[in-house]
Write a protein that binds this ligand. Structure first.
Ligand SMILES: Cc1ncc(COP(=O)(O)O)c(C=O)c1O
Length: 394
């Protein structure tokens, strides 16, 4: 046997997180995470669960009884949504306009569903007419779309029109709101979304580990009347109902610390007010956008479907995307990311989410990005960028 490994104290670097997630965590959330554990069936924890559910309903803008944090990352909430709503033999319509539509397709297939697609290029939203044509052609049981495509920086507009078209043809609607919840206007009830899921580590500024999910009664009826059990025991909503519903009986041990974190993160949302929070994201990310544009860079998404929480900026000719990313990390302890899939090498993805959506963060980011681009010999006007950003923040 080898000797005990000599592993030193944990001292992670002090990064500023402006990538596609996680975002910087609010100090109050970190403090909540260092409070003592109680049991996951302790009466005090049941009270905390109720509070988290109430706060999640507020944040999703829904009255859905069935609103919970799923144990696991955003993909767990995503798989709970798709794996329970899609039954073997069901058809699910998914989008092709980004990375996460592809993940929806894989999950629907694993659930025994047949996948059909509605096309739009990466970097563009779905058009209502195209969704209508696809729904007419395929008569899907379920339609999934991504409200905030983290891979492209595109916000899906016209959500009420999309849900109407799907409902006219009897399809349930699942919305991926991982990068919108708590940062970008989202109205689950008013927009008639049947199922929505999200991630904690984006606009809620909460570490990954428990992820929001909400289902309306109509979707819940489908889930509870399935002929075949959901393929995942862990994410079977009919079983999770025992813990998060009336009974509060053991299913699995809840990630208590993550539930504490979410409670505090959602309390911050409620204190700020959800609409004010959406506005803050628009204002602060708007200043960032004004800055990069005045420098001479181009946003990947036009203004009509720009996503404030994820700013996709086109890499100018002659500049190496990775060199800029590394420079920012090494020189400034600042994290941004490159493009994925069809946009790999073409864009930088700059998050402006939750606690990271602050004037302090965007000023730092823009100054550092200007320096990184200068160091690469890029033809950018850094001073003009900084002036435009300051002007927009004023
Ligand atoms: C739009 C979208 N959907 C789903 C996910 C999956 O979430 P996670 O990585 O937390 O599992 C992400 C993560 O970035 C995302 O951006």
């Amino acid at each position: 046997m080898s000797d005990a490994p000599a592993v030193g104290e944990l001292t992670p670097p002090d990064r500023t997180l402006m990538g596609p997630g996680p975002s910087d965590v609010h100090p109050r959330v970190l403090r909540a995470m260092s409070t003592p554990l109680v049991g996951h069936l302790d009466p005090s924890f049941i009270e905390i669960m109720n509070e988290v559910q109430e706060l999640l309903r507020y944040t999703f803008r829904t009255d859905n009884q069935w609103t919970i944090p799923v144990s696991g990352t955003g993909s767990a909430a995503m798989e709970a949504a798709i794996g329970n709503v899609v039954e073997p033999g069901d058809t699910m319509l998914v989008p092709t306009n980004g990375y996460f539509g592809g993940r929806m397709a894989s999950m629907a297939e694993r659930a025994g569903g047949e996948v059909v697609k509605v096309d739009a290029p990466w970097g563009e939203p779905l058009a209502v007419d195209d969704v209508e044509a696809a729904v007419r052609e395929h008569e899907p049981d379920v339609f999934g779309f991504v409200h905030a495509e983290t891979s492209t920086g595109v916000r899906q507009p016209d959500v009420p029109e999309l849900t109407e078209v799907a409902h006219e043809h009897g399809a349930y609607v699942i919305a991926d709101c991982v990068t919108s919840l708590g940062g970008v206007e989202l109205r689950v009830d008013e927009w008639d979304i049947d199922v929505a899921y999200a991630g904690p580590q984006k606009c809620l500024s909460c570490p990954p580990g428990a992820s929001p999910l909400t289902l309306n009664d109509r979707a819940m009826e489908k889930v509870l009347s399935r002929e075949e059990e959901a393929r995942s025991w862990y994410l079977d909503i009919s079983l999770l109902e025992g813990y998060w519903g009336e009974e509060r009986a053991y299913h699995h041990t809840a990630p208590i610390t993550n539930v504490y974190a979410m409670r505090e993160a959602l309390r911050l949302v409620a204190e700020e007010g959800i609409e004010a929070r959406w506005q803050r994201h628009r204002d602060v990310a708007g200043a960032l956008k004004a800055g990069v544009e005045a420098m001479g860079l181009e946003m990947n998404a036009p203004d009509e479907y720009w996503l404030p929480s994820l700013n996709a900026v086109r890499v100018p000719d002659g500049v190496e995307d990775e060199a800029v990313i590394s420079y920012l990390l090494e020189q400034y302890d600042l994290e941004i990311a490159g493009g994925l899939g069809a946009l790999s090498g073409d864009i930088w993805r700059i998050g402006c989410m939750g606690y990271s959506a602050r004037p302090k963060n965007v000023s730092y980011l823009l100054a550092a990005l200007g320096d990184a681009l200068d160091s690469q010999g890029a033809d950018v006007d850094v001073d003009a960028g900084l002036a435009a950003m300051s002007g927009a923040l004023r």
